[in-house]
Design a binder for this molecule. Structure first.
Ligand SMILES: Nc1ncnc2c1ncn2[C@@H]1O[C@H](COP(=O)(O)OP(=O)(O)OP(=O)(O)O)[C@@H](O)[C@H]1O
Length: 349
């Protein structure tokens, strides 16, 4: 796959505060690359360097074979940068539409510098509105549309210059869950139909899980983990990543609802994450049968990730140390990712 975006050792420092700390990221053509992290992690700042809306303090940026920034300097002139930016569409949380302009004029706005005739612009805008499912809303004003529809207008506008890349900066954060999924599905459809590379900034793992093929996790300006979605999901290395995958926050919330104080000091809580290939097999039933445990299931969930079924369980094991090791080995031999859940940490979540 061709490299579309290459960020190398990018740092962004604001008045001595390091917002992005030596981050390197490679995005290939056709990727939907999720960039996830809590508020203030540096996601927006990093991604805004791709089109130099934010100049890095150091590092290099290459987009579709052109070096935009290197050795502390911009490497293309203002006109080239303008052209480059047109090939990088952006959508935002608050849509950023012109409220006094009709939907079609909002889309046409992005083409005001193009060589197209007025008629060609009109035809193109109608086509773009059709692409996002809003062909019947061309003459409406933004205020007459729902949030989801307004975001569709913003997507049509972002696609007006036939970009290779679309940056989505928390584009679904202001939308309800159903509309969020509809917008995510639209982005996926556009990715497939137009071979559009998408960089998806979000704080919601569900958004990443729904459409991304790759994911990068950011914390305190650093990229702490990245890779193929399934690899990261099944083998999370960092504590924060473990929290994001497997609905860990939800697991913790549910576990907290149990009376964990009643659990004996030697009883252990584990989170199990595993691929489900054979629906007739139960990993916990096998564990009980083969190792002689009596695992108690406190939480269970199955979801589809990259087309694969992934199960997440939280179980309680009452075992002596030897037996516990045997149980854990049994699970690991079956490619189950086992994470010990700290009861004290849980109480504090
Ligand atoms: N223009 C700026 N001037 C000074 N500090 C900034 C500027 N932009 C961002 N920062 C700081 O950089 C850090 C990273 O912010 P950034 O917006 O990139 O994080 P984020 O992960 O995208 O979070 P959010 O989802 O809340 O936007 C924050 O501490 C923020 O206050």
């Amino acid at each position: 796959m061709a490299k579309q975006i290459s960020l190398k050792d990018i740092s962004v420092i604001f008045d001595g505060n390091v917002a992005v700390d030596k981050v390197s990221l490679q995005v290939e053509k056709g990727d939907i690359y999720g960039v996830i992290g809590f508020s203030g992690a540096g996601k927006s700042t990093l991604v805004r360097t791709i089109n130099l809306l934010q100049k890095p303090t150091s590092g290099s940026i290459t987009v579709t074979n052109d070096i935009l920034f290197e050795d502390g300097k911009q490497k293309i002139d203002a006109k080239q940068l303008q052209e480059k930016r047109r090939k990088i569409g952006m959508i935002f949380q608050h849509f950023n539409l012109l409220n006094e302009a009709k939907v079609i004029d909002n889309v046409a706005f992005a083409l005001k510098h193009s060589q197209l005739s007025e008629k060609e612009i009109h035809t193109k805008c109608l086509h773009l509105l059709e692409l996002v499912g809003l062909q019947d809303k061309a003459n409406f004003y933004p205020a007459q549309l729902s949030g989801g529809q307004q975001q569709r207008v913003a997507i049509a506008r972002a696609l007006a210059n036939d970009p290779d890349i679309l940056i989505s900066d928390e584009a679904t954060s202001a939308l309800d869950p159903k509309t969020t999924n509809q917008i995510l599905d639209l982005l996926y459809e556009l990715n497939q139909k137009l071979q559009l590379t998408i960089v998806l900034i979000t704080h919601e793992m569900d958004a990443v899980k729904r459409i991304a093929n790759k994911v990068a996790v950011m914390e305190d300006g650093k990229l702490i983990e990245n890779g193929n979605l399934l690899d990261v999901f099944l083998h999370p290395k960092q504590k924060l990543t473990k929290q994001f995958v497997g609905g860990a926050l939800e697991v913790q919330h549910i576990l907290n609802t149990y009376s964990l104080n009643e659990i004996a000091p030697n009883d252990q809580l584990y989170q199990l994450v595993y691929g489900i290939d054979d629906v007739t097999k139960s990993v916990v039933a096998d564990l009980d049968e083969k190792v002689g445990t009596k695992a108690s299931i406190l939480y269970g969930n199955v979801e589809v990730l990259g087309g694969k079924l992934i199960g997440t369980l939280a179980i309680l094991l009452k075992l002596d140390a030897n037996k516990e090791q045997e149980a854990l080995q049994f699970l690991r031999d079956r490619n189950v990712i086992v994470t010990k859940l700290d009861k004290d940490v849980l109480r504090n979540v």
